[in-house]
Write a protein that binds this ligand. Structure first.
Ligand code: MN
Length: 155
């Protein structure tokens, strides 16, 4: 995984964001940052392969099953971005206010090139979610319904 695109967009002499480095190991944390930039959006990030896989979700992650939210994949971010909150100065990439909206851990259930399934354990988000690739950088973030309980009954 590479942070080239992340680094190319930013001047670390001007923005308080972490310059970052990739780290080894499989982490299992996620964060959602509310980012009041030119357009309000929520940045959804999963720690995978030593970076934060990242998606911008304009309407925010769904809290209930059955709601599908557009999630636009953006460049991988360094893992230390998981703690970032603050002001990105005017004129810099993503200028505006970043707040941590939710954070926690996740359990990966399925990982394919066009589909991630995982269970989130955060303060605001919990339960089973999926990210499904549609086209280009567009994905759909959705909350999956709990699996129906199978019960055996004598006939
Ligand atoms: Mn953002």
């Amino acid at each position: 995984m590479s942070l080239e695109e992340y680094k190319a967009k930013r001047d670390f002499g001007k923005t308080p964001e972490p310059a970052g480095k990739t780290v080894g190991g499989e982490g299992a944390r996620f964060v959602v940052q509310r980012h009041q930039a030119s357009h309000l959006h929520f940045d959804f990030r999963l720690e995978v392969d030593g970076v934060l896989k990242s998606w911008a979700v304009p309407k925010g992650p769904p809290l209930d099953p059955g709601i599908r939210r557009l999630a636009v994949q953006v460049e991988d971010h360094p893992v230390d971005y998981i703690d970032f909150a603050g002001e990105i100065p005017e004129g810099e990439y993503g200028a505006g206010t970043v707040e941590i909206w939710d954070r926690g851990t996740y359990e990966l259930q399925k990982r394919e090139s066009d589909r991630f399934e995982f269970s989130l354990r955060g303060d605001r988000l919990s339960g089973d979610y999926a990210l499904v690739h549609t086209r280009d950088k567009n994905w759909i973030l959705l909350k999956r319904s709990p699996k129906p309980q199978v019960t055996w009954r004598k006939s």
